[in-house]
Write a protein that binds this ligand. Structure first.
Ligand SMILES: *Cc1c(COP(=O)(O)O)cnc(C)c1O
Length: 436
């Protein structure tokens, strides 16, 4: 077992996130002593394959020596300086590199601390842009059914995951939900492409009526993560871009989970060849090392704030905006993408894991086996209300870190995963499935 003393101390003093603390009476808390590559090690040196990249952040393995060195080097120079009135090399380098990598036309980077705070910044910026443009009535946001954008109050207002949001309804701003393009909702025989068009028609219908009071439409491009890896056809993004442009509504692409190669391209928006008005990035940005997020936007939005009047400026701030250490981790992450040609290299891995996953796809307990880039997901036929905790426990016993979302089991491994580790992942997953 893991270090009992540390677990007891943790349960006395740490209030763990996304947890009913009482559950830890039965579901043991696992104390991790160290990490190396794709593996996490507990105090008895039992190892667990981190198949979900520690909540979707870790791209190149734990304690990656290249990123470690970059952060250590930065640590000797400057750990942090406020970004209002000051600048530093890592934040400038990172901004230049992000704007080059991102879809064309996103030229300005605004920094926050984490995913939710990037969403808050994008929502506020969108509203404020219309306000500066003399269109203050454009102050509503629309979002997708099953969308997830974080859990601070603004972000939660555009999040459609009742277990996280319902209780807080009195605190939230009303936001309109548009039917999801997730192909699992398509009718029998309807192709993902056809369903994408039908879903886009709902958006068009809504905006035709309400565009004058709508500031922005926010979406997770290609994969709706938190509600169970709902995947959809890239055409939906193309339609969404066209419709938003037609009705003068901003398109906010929340690539916090799907950015940095997760869907097979550097950014998911590339697959529809679109430029959103705002691109929100976090999670993989620092390869999971340090909290950092960015909102990229266009010259024309930036220009609407550029004025001698202070009130027209975007005064939003987070103390750790553009933290130098976090930027150095992000720069090292981008270096690795280039050195390893990761996007290309991943395609071989995607093919291999798809091939060896066929016994999972055809397992009699499995439905909807699907894949988008470095994300795999499937539903398990099981009616136990605590299936998720139970499956998690069985995966831990098998030396795997898998944390299902409801009945959806998913793999989102670090990109350094090799063939042997992919085999281990599939074999152990099959063992768990067979145990039900
Ligand atoms: C995780 C996530 C967020 C929130 O990011 P935090 O860093 O947890 O605040 C927002 N949007 C999407 C799509 C996410 O996956």
């Amino acid at each position: 077992m893991t270090n009992k003393n540390l677990v007891d101390r943790s349960l006395k003093s740490v209030w763990h996130p996304c947890s009913q603390m009482k559950q830890y009476e039965n579901l043991p808390l696992i104390s991790i002593h160290r990490g190396k590559g794709i593996w996490l090690y507990d105090f008895n040196d039992k190892r667990y394959l981190d198949a979900i990249s520690s909540w979707w952040v870790n791209l190149f393995g734990h304690t990656n020596s290249y990123i470690n060195n970059a952060v250590l080097e930065q640590l000797e120079k400057l750990e942090h300086v406020m970004l209002a009135g000051f600048t530093h090399e890592p934040v400038v380098d990172l901004s230049e590199r992000l704007t080059k990598l991102a879809p064309n036309g996103l030229n300005h980077c605004f920094y926050s601390s984490d995913g939710a705070s990037a969403i808050e910044a994008a929502l506020k910026m969108s509203f404020h842009f219309w306000h500066n443009n003399g269109q203050s009535k454009k102050n509503n946001f629309i979002s997708l059914q099953n969308g997830y954008h974080g859990e601070t109050l603004g972000a939660l207002s555009v999040t459609d995951v009742p277990i996280f949001s319902k209780i807080y309804t009195p605190l939230l701003r009303k936001s309109i939900r548009i039917p999801t393009p997730d192909w699992r909702y398509a009718e029998e025989g309807e192709l993902p492409k056809e369903y994408a068009l039908r879903a886009a028609n709902y958006l068009e219908k809504y905006l035709a009526k309400n565009h004058k009071v709508t500031a922005a439409f926010i979406i997770e491009p290609l994969v709706q993560g938190a509600v169970g890896m709902g995947m959809y056809h890239p055409d939906y993004l193309k339609y969404a871009r066209e419709i938003c442009s037609k009705y003068q509504v901003h398109l906010i692409a929340d690539e916090i989970a799907v950015g940095f190669g997760r869907t097979g391209t550097m950014f998911a928006c590339e697959q529809a060849n679109i430029t959103p008005d705002f691109l929100c990035l976090a999670k993989g940005l620092t390869s999971g090392y340090l909290p950092l997020s960015a909102v990229l936007t266009t010259k024309s939005i930036y220009r609407a704030f550029y004025h001698k009047d202070t009130k027209r400026a975007f005064l939003h701030s987070h103390t750790h905006s553009g933290n130098a250490l976090a930027c150095s981790a992000a720069l090292a992450t981008l270096d690795i993408f280039k050195q390893n040609k990761s996007i290309q290299a991943n395609h071989t891995k995607i093919k291999y894991l798809n091939d060896i996953s066929q016994p999972i796809a055809s397992h009699n307990k499995v439905r909807n086996f699907r894949n988008c880039g470095m994300i795999w997901a499937f539903e398990v036929k099981n009616t136990d209300p605590s299936f998720s905790e139970n499956f998690f426990q069985r995966s831990i016993d098998q030396g795997l870190l898998l944390r299902p979302l409801g009945n959806t089991v998913y793999f989102m491994p670090p990109y350094i995963i090799n063939k042997k580790e992919m085999k281990f992942l599939v074999e152990r997953t099959l063992r768990i499935l067979d145990s039900y």
